[in-house]
Design a protein around this ligand. Structure first.
Ligand code: SF4
Ligand code: SF4
Length: 226
């Protein structure tokens, strides 16, 4: 899932200062799971903004709408009516959803209400950790299912670096050394021979942005436009 966190309230207020009518647009998928941009969070933010504007004697009309996914045109089209009534949209989706919304409704300002932080996992309610940097070249088969590009503070493809102390990382001793964990996982699964292999440097030509991907069945239809 994509993890995000809400921007500081003062920052959101400052972004909205030029507008009198604002649509707060939520997304019902990743940002809802990480309690940042789903229907509930849209309601909470609307209430906070409404109270703050009343205290300051500022006129602000807020509308709320949450779609299933803002990274999908089909769902974004549901916002056509409320978008038609507003001066600006504050999106609580991840950066991808915000951009897609801005592209689809490009006649008005679309503003980010959240900071997108990482691709991660749900460890427990209210606690998420990063696991993947979307590098286009997954090496998890070589590293015991632990991503060295994300979990090692130096992103070392071949480790450990020599600074690891009692299994902890030298950069942040509160965190485990990813390469120690990789060693332990490989040992546990009978694949320690992989520690002797040297992983080739990453192919940066695969990491050009913006990236695109087409399913094999749709190549003829989409690759010409990418
Ligand atoms: S190697 Fe790491 S960053 Fe790259 S795709 Fe795999 S998990 Fe993601
Ligand atoms: S101590 Fe381990 S996790 Fe930390 S930088 Fe070195 S190899 Fe990476």
């Amino acid at each position: 899932m994509i993890v995000a966190q809400r921007k500081p309230f003062a920052e959101i207020e400052a972004m909205l200062a030029p507008y009198k009518k604002v649509l707060i647009a939520g997304c019902g998928t990743c940002v809802a799971v990480c309690l940042t941009g789903g229907e509930k969070e849209v309601g909470l933010l609307a209430a906070e903004l409404s109270i703050a504007s009343q205290i300051k004697g500022r006129f602000l009309t807020l509308e709320e709408a949450t779609v299933e996914r803002q990274c999908d045109r089909e769902f974004l089209s549901e916002l056509k009516e409320p978008v038609g009534r507003t001066e600006a949209v504050l999106s609580l989706a991840c950066g991808a959803g915000i951009q897609f919304l801005a592209e689809m409704y490009d006649h008005l300002p679309v503003l980010p209400g959240v900071d997108t932080t990482f691709i991660g996992v749900n460890e427990a309610v209210g606690f998420w950790t990063e696991r993947c940097r979307a590098c286009h070249e997954c090496v998890l088969d070589q590293t015991g299912g632990i991503c060295p590009k994300t979990m090692c503070a130096k992103g070392l493809l071949n480790g450990p670096c020599g600074g690891t102390v009692h299994g902890q990382c030298e950069v942040d001793q509160e965190k485990p050394c990813a390469w120690t964990q990789i060693y332990q996982r490989l040992e546990k699964t009978g694949r320690l021979d992989l520690m002797r292999r040297t992983l080739e440097p990453g192919r940066h030509d695969r990491q050009t942005t913006p990236a695109y991907q087409t399913h094999a069945a749709y190549k003829r239809r989409f690759d010409a436009h990418a």
